[in-house]
Design a protein around this ligand. Structure first.
Ligand SMILES: Nc1ncnc2c1ncn2[C@@H]1O[C@H](COP(=O)(O)OP(=O)(O)OP(=O)(O)O)[C@@H](O)[C@H]1O
Ligand SMILES: [Mg+2]
Length: 277
């Protein structure tokens, strides 16, 4: 005995299940009801059904990335309060989040004092990249160097360097806070040389490039590192007050029009492709 023919709604449900589109399937009834009530046009409905599936796919990608990338938190561009950080040009930060720089294998460096949002923006770029299906990895400079040192001690440096060269976007956070050994600096240099023109790196530092020689314990190597880094690079100077201190009256200092001393790329005598960011 044959059952009653499926309604169009049921056929769409079956098609979405067949195509493995659970996000779209879940949104379907509400959207179709919207059409029936005259509140949603056909084009809007298609956009919303597909949008629901894309949102689910991105959430799954992000979940997977949070497990594998060592990102410390979910920080997104939507959570970033531009009104608090007027030194940043919103459209430039938004344009970076479109990820053309990842396609072009360019780097991004966020420079600025503590609490101004450097890590937040570096992480939000990594999250945007993860949601777009790219492989990302996060570490503070200290963590990355420690993992390279451990690998070297275990005779596994080359595979570790390969693993860290593979992600389309690597975040190197907190350059300048902790001292690093000479061997550690050399290992990091090797990593950055491998990634040069192969994949994008997003770095954050509280120190001007002029001070990187001190951080890495070797002026010549730091200069060679900066040279590779800045060849295709967007430099974002973040000025202003620490967001962490926003509720502490008296800690707020007025944003310096020229930025903290030495944090201007032009103070390096180094040419960059895009100093406007
Ligand atoms: N403009 C902002 N809007 C919303 N949250 C912000 C903003 N700036 C910073 N934060 C939040 O404030 C905290 C400190 O910011 P973040 O960790 O990015 O600072 P940082 O520049 O990396 O500082 P540090 O040099 O000390 O590492 C984080 O929780 C971050 O999400
Ligand atoms: Mg930080």
């Amino acid at each position: 005995m044959r059952g009653a023919p499926l309604s169009r709604r049921d056929r769409i449900r079956a098609q979405l299940a067949d195509l493995k589109m659970p996000g779209a399937l879940e949104s379907l009834d509400e959207i179709l009801s919207g059409i029936d009530a005259g509140a949603v046009t056909a084009a809007e409905a298609i956009e919303r059904v597909l949008g629901a599936q894309i949102a689910l796919r991105n959430a799954r990608r992000l979940e997977a990335a949070m497990r594998s990338s060592r990102l410390p938190a979910v920080k997104t561009l939507a959570d970033f309060d531009f009104a608090f950080q007027p030194s940043l040009k919103r459209e430039q930060i938004e344009s970076l989040h479109e990820l053309g720089f990842v396609e072009r294998k360019e780097n991004v460096v966020f420079l600025g004092p503590p609490g101004v949002g450097k890590s937040h923006l570096a992480i939000s770029l990594a999250i945007a990249a993860a949601e777009s299906g790219r492989r990302v990895y996060y570490g503070s400079l200290g963590e990355l160097i420690r993992s390279l040192e451990d690998a070297q001690a275990a005779g596994k440096l080359v595979p570790r360097l390969k693993t860290l060269t593979y992600p389309s976007l690597l975040v190197v956070d907190e350059i300048g806070y902790l001292p690093i050994s000479r061997t550690g600096a050399m290992l990091f240099f090797q990593l950055m040389s491998r990634r040069y023109e192969r994949a994008s790196t997003v770095l954050t530092s509280n120190k001007s490039f002029e001070e990187w020689g001190e951080i890495f314990g070797d002026e010549v190597m730091a200069a060679a590192l900066i040279d590779r880094l800045l060849h295709h690079c967007h430099i974002v100077n973040v000025r202003g007050n620490s967001y962490r201190m926003r509720h502490h009256a008296g800690f707020a200092r007025s944003a310096e029009p020229e930025g903290p001393r030495g944090l201007r790329p032009d103070s390096l005598g180094v040419r960059t492709e895009d100093q406007s960011l």
